[in-house]
Design a protein around this ligand. Structure first.
Ligand SMILES: C[S@@+](CC[C@H](N)C(=O)[O-])C[C@H]1O[C@@H](n2cnc3c(N)ncnc32)[C@H](O)[C@@H]1O
Length: 271
């Protein structure tokens, strides 16, 4: 942990002890370079399998634990896993997964709009994840956001180590990095192999949502999703409330809106 993180953490502990309101983080303090190569080796911790993930660290209120202290006392957040504990969950915990959640706009919108569902954001860039984590903590201090959490991970490598088969209701992939060059297509977060992984983790009739402002990337999404045997395209996307939500709630989506750009969406259901 670096000194700034340690100082932030000390301040936050002090705030909680003095019962001072936890401040929401400012994005400007959490800026970092836009791209991380997802094919590189993972240098941060990850669970060996989904039984190692202690979901009570992520959703403490659900498990009757102190939502602020717990989140705070665990390593550097977001909490990766705890290899001392071997929690066994009879039910799956996470309903909605936001892959590459960035600054978490969609996660917070889902948390608010679907209070009974548990949303999980996964993001590879550390500082950005810390922003989401701090915002979750500030919102929890106000009694909100108990159903949303975030983690730093490379979803292209570690997704099945977090979730079990047939467990997720929805997977969102919003404004993913386009990787325009042909030699970098293998870095795209939608490809036949990863689609099989997403299908494996989704519940039957679970849905995957892909939105982008890059038409060529949208065509790629359509081509691979329509070709995949486990997915069927949803035609009446307007009837899907989550599809409406992804249009404008992510930071990238809002940026495209401000620049009056186009957006392209495809929603598919697991057959
Ligand atoms: C263009 S941003 C979009 C962020 C957010 N979904 C939005 O719409 O505002 C794409 C995000 O995906 C993250 N990302 C890319 N590859 C990833 C991977 N393999 N695992 C997790 N996150 C990844 C990037 O760090 C980046 O934050």
């Amino acid at each position: 942990m670096n000194t700034t993180t340690e100082n932030n953490k000390d301040n936050q502990i002090e705030q909680i002890e003095k019962k001072v309101k936890i401040q929401k983080p400012k994005k400007a303090d959490f800026r970092m370079h836009a791209h991380v190569n997802p094919l590189n080796e993972t240098l941060f911790p990850y669970p060996l399998n989904y039984n190692q993930v202690d979901w009570s660290l992520h959703y403490p209120k659900k498990f009757g634990k102190d939502p602020l202290k717990l989140y705070l006392n665990t390593l550097e957040y977001p909490i990766a896993y705890d290899d001392q504990v071997k929690p066994e969950y009879s039910e799956s915990i996470v309903d909605f997964l936001d892959i590459g959640c960035g600054f978490g706009g969609l996660c917070f919108a889902l948390s608010e709009n679907y209070p009974d569902k548990y949303t999980f954001g996964m993001e590879i860039r550390g500082k950005v994840v810390n922003f989401v984590g701090e915002k979750i903590r500030a919102l929890r201090d106000e009694g909100q956001a108990h159903n949303v959490s975030v983690i730093r991970t490379n979803t292209m490598r570690h997704l099945p180590q977090y979730f079990r088969k047939n467990s997720l209701e929805k997977i969102f992939i919003c404004f993913p990095d386009p990787h325009f060059k042909k030699k970098n297509f293998r870095r795209r977060i939608v490809n036949p192999g990863l689609l099989s992984e997403y299908a494996y983790l989704l519940k039957p009739s679970g849905r995957i949502y892909c939105i982008t402002d890059v038409e060529e990337l949208h065509n790629w999404h359509v081509q691979h999703l329509e070709k995949h045997k486990m997915f069927k395209r949803v035609q009446d996307v307007e009837q899907d409330s989550a599809a409406k939500l992804i249009w404008n709630s992510t930071e990238e989506g809002q940026k495209v809106e401000r620049n009056k750009g186009s957006k392209f969406i495809i929603v598919c259901e697991k057959v």
